[in-house]
Ligand binder design. Structure first.
Ligand code: GAR
Length: 208
């Protein structure tokens, strides 16, 4: 059974999708054993509490440097014997230390079809604002491995979502969550826990 840590900063609806997938049996070979939040007020913490999942707040604001913050988060994950780290709306970029400690063992859900609307500065609602500004007709979500370069790790799964003429960023964000993120993130976690994801070079493949 793989031990899964979920990193959060906000509402935690992706965390909820993972909890639901664990309960329904979609995720068979993994268990969420800890939730780490960068923010004391994250509603994700309440979701962890309701579901009796141990959680810890490691507030970004309390650490002077990114290096120190990353080492504290990394050490916590090592102590928890974590096999898979899931960034689920975690709004703090961590440095290379964590990638070296968990190579090919960290995944992130991003609310666009990478390589569009990603990289530094593209997070949360801001992504959907930029999608609407550009006028693209399709957006979606991507689950990818986390590497040293922000949003550039091997792509594991993507799902497209239609953009409608009268969308607001909030309405589009909700549709992308419902129609893409909450579906592909649990699927990828399940595949990872079943050892069904292979990385060759900079590409990820799903094996049977
Ligand atoms: C999600 O849309 C997630 O893809 C995004 O933040 C939201 C968190 O929602 N993450 C990023 O933008 C990271 N670059 P949630 O807290 O309800 O899961």
């Amino acid at each position: 059974m793989k031990r899964i840590a979920v990193l959060v900063s906000g509402g935690g609806t992706n965390l909820q999708a993972l909890i639901d997938a664990q309960k329904s049996g979609l995720i068979k070979n993994g268990k969420i054993t800890c939730v780490i939040s960068s923010n004391n007020d994250a509603y994700a913490l309440e979701r962890a509490r309701i579901n009796r999942i141990p959680s810890k707040v490691i507030p970004r604001a309390e650490y002077d440097s990114l290096s120190l913050y990353t080492s504290v988060v990394t050490n916590e994950l090592i102590e928890e014997n974590i096999d898979l780290v899931v960034y689920a709306g975690f709004m703090t970029i961590l440095d290379d230390q964590i990638v070296k400690a968990f190579p090919n063992k960290m995944i992130n859900v991003h609310p666009s079809l990478i390589p569009s609307f990603c990289g530094k500065g593209y997070y949360g609602l801001h992504v959907h604002e930029e999608v609407l500004k550009k006028g693209v007709k399709l957006t979606g979500a991507t689950v990818h491995f986390v590497t040293e370069k922000c949003d550039e790790g091997p792509i594991i799964m993507q799902k497209a979502v239609e953009v409608k003429d009268d969308d607001t960023p909030e309405i589009l964000q909700k549709r992308v969550l419902e129609e893409a993120e909450w579906i592909i993130l649990p699927k990828v976690v399940s595949l990872f826990c079943d050892d069904k994801i292979l990385i060759i070079g900079n590409k990820a493949y799903i094996t049977d």
